[in-house]
Design a protein around this ligand. Structure first.
Ligand SMILES: [Mn+2]
Length: 240
């Protein structure tokens, strides 16, 4: 069965906690699910590159770019950014690991920012329409345009611009008009995202389920991790 025909499993911010990721994925065999990783697999925890490789190699999976992957690629290209990146949770051994693996670097630079699923759900890292900064006015095909722009930035040392766009706050929770405009512009019926921990026991639904946050603070190394946070706050099927 092709990935697009399988039910969808969403995975929010992993941040290097491979052990909790594995326990979260246990009920969902890769052959039975189309798994969508919403980005920020790296930083804070010790196994960022391990999480990237796992997501890359898991069958029937898609992996989106988060701001932490962009910061890591920036540090890889420009050594003067290593201090900044370590300040946001970067693990030096992960950078060394990525530096030794050109195939992984290349794969990472080609990850999309946005992914539209068959049921009209849009998957992205940030709960925000900041992606619009990558779209010249009134072009058709906003999703393809934004993904192509991100890719070309990462090919040309444009990490600073991409970091700026991806590191802002989530806004959909509090700004329903911006959410509606974004859904209309991208032709989507709802959006799923991560980026900022929601602190609930399940993915947090806003505005009648038109916006759903899957960042449940999975990583025990994240500064906003809470001891009682269940893995199901970050990993779960996309339901109606
Ligand atoms: Mn993020």
């Amino acid at each position: 069965m092709a990935a697009r025909d399988l039910p969808v499993l969403i995975v929010g911010d992993v941040h290097g906690d491979l052990e909790r990721l594995f326990s979260a994925l246990k009920p969902y065999p890769p052959s039975d699910w189309h798994t969508v990783f919403l980005g920020d697999l790296v930083d804070y925890g010790m196994f960022g590159v391990g999480a990237l490789r796992y997501a890359r190699d898991r069958p029937n999976s898609d992996v989106l770019l988060g701001n932490h992957e962009v910061a890591m690629l920036w540090a890889l290209r420009d050594r003067t950014r290593i201090g900044f990146w370590m300040g946001i949770g970067g693990q030096r051994h992960d950078l060394d690991e990525l530096a030794r693996d050109e195939a992984l670097q290349e794969w990472l630079r080609r990850r999309p920012l946005l992914l539209r699923l068959r049921d009209g759900t849009l998957a992205q890292h940030c709960g925000s329409d900041a992606y619009l900064d990558l779209m010249p006015d009134q072009l058709p095909g906003p999703i393809e345009t934004i993904n192509a722009q991100a890719r070309s930035l990462l090919e040309q040392g444009g990490e600073p611009d991409l970091w700026e766009i991806l590191s802002g706050p989530n806004v959909f929770e509090t700004q329903p008009l911006r959410l509606d405009r974004w859904l209309e512009l991208t032709g989507s019926r709802r959006v799923v995202f991560g980026h900022k921990p929601h602190r609930g026991p399940k993915p947090a639904r806003y505005h009648g389920g038109k916006a759903i946050n899957y960042d449940g603070g999975l990583s025990r190394s994240h500064r906003m991790h809470r001891a009682a946070s269940p893995v199901s706050a970050t990993v779960g099927p996309l339901t109606d």
